[in-house]
Ligand binder design. Sequence first.
Ligand SMILES: [Zn+2]
Length: 390
Amino acid sequence: MSWQGIEGHDRVVEMFSRAFSRGRLEGSFLFTGPEGIGKRSFAFRLAKTILCLSPDGFAPCGKCESCRLFEMKFKPVSEEVVRSEKPLPAKTRRAVPVSGEPDEPSDPLAFDIPNHPDFYYVAKPADRAQIPIELLAGPKENRGRSGLCYNIFRTPYLGGRKVAVIDDADFLNEEGANSLLKTLEEPPRGAVIILIGTSPAKQLPTIRSRCQSVRFLPLSPRDLTAVLVSRGIAADFDEGMRLARYADGSCKNALEYNDPSLELFRPELYKQLAQPRVDAVAFSKRVIEFVEEKKKEKEKAREGEIKRRRLAIVLTRAARFYRDLTRVLSGETSLLAGNIESGADLRAAARNRPDPDRAIRNAERTVEALEQIDRMGNLTYIIEAWLSDL
Ligand SMILES: [Zn+2]
């Protein structure tokens, strides 16, 4: 089933549909699930439906003033606003009109922030480690008189309802979370606040206890294929299924899998991991090269984020390699019978490093390195320390 172009997540659609038809859809929600499975898209469609002035069942009419405003395109300019010394504008939504500039077709995961006076969107700026409290509670000299928590209590412009989406909720710090607690506990009547994170474990207990938890599961290969084709990431069904195979139900993973530079680097990575000893010094250099591969001009501003993402790809692949190796070493040879991309290297690794405990330790060490990226460590250090521990 697909709801407003959202594939999969039928259970979640059903739950919200029921609450909506009973007029009981309000309060604070925590959406969790892996990245790239459609949580944000769902939150935006839900917001449009809630704000619509004459919804058609559990769907927006697409014609009213509210629907029209919701579809107006904006793009984020978070960095400038956050860095500026001046007080933030009254609206929390950090966006400027696109003004005729073409969308960037090169990034199928790019999205527009809806331009609606009763909709607020906050996310972690690309160059920050956390969500700045200014976005939630206003700047220091104006604390409590601007920011999302202030705006959500202002009188709605249109239909009487308000929706706020707090993206990247994994990156709320204690101060930011504290500024939200009262609002999450008692949002204004008819308002809906949605936090989007990857796992409940990454949220502070004070946040978790104040939100209704909504879990999104990875997409099935078939649903993911539909998304990949509709977004132009895959040319057709067959290519979609091929990409979906290693993507763990995530559009983001599928896209990364499709990256030509990764296609070239991946065999090198597996080959190295299969050696009796990883050549830490030489291979660190190669990983750093891959992570720092030169960026297109327009990607310069997001350079740090892109590097972290590329390292995450390497580590995710490596973690999976060790996980598969552990299974092979514990006798699960059926894994090798399937035509998996790392098959030959897994066989070599099983010969060269036949110790399952070591494979488990290496998988854990790789996941640890993956977590260090989130904490914004020095990437070169993370890579060198990781490889020398393998
Ligand atoms: Zn409408």
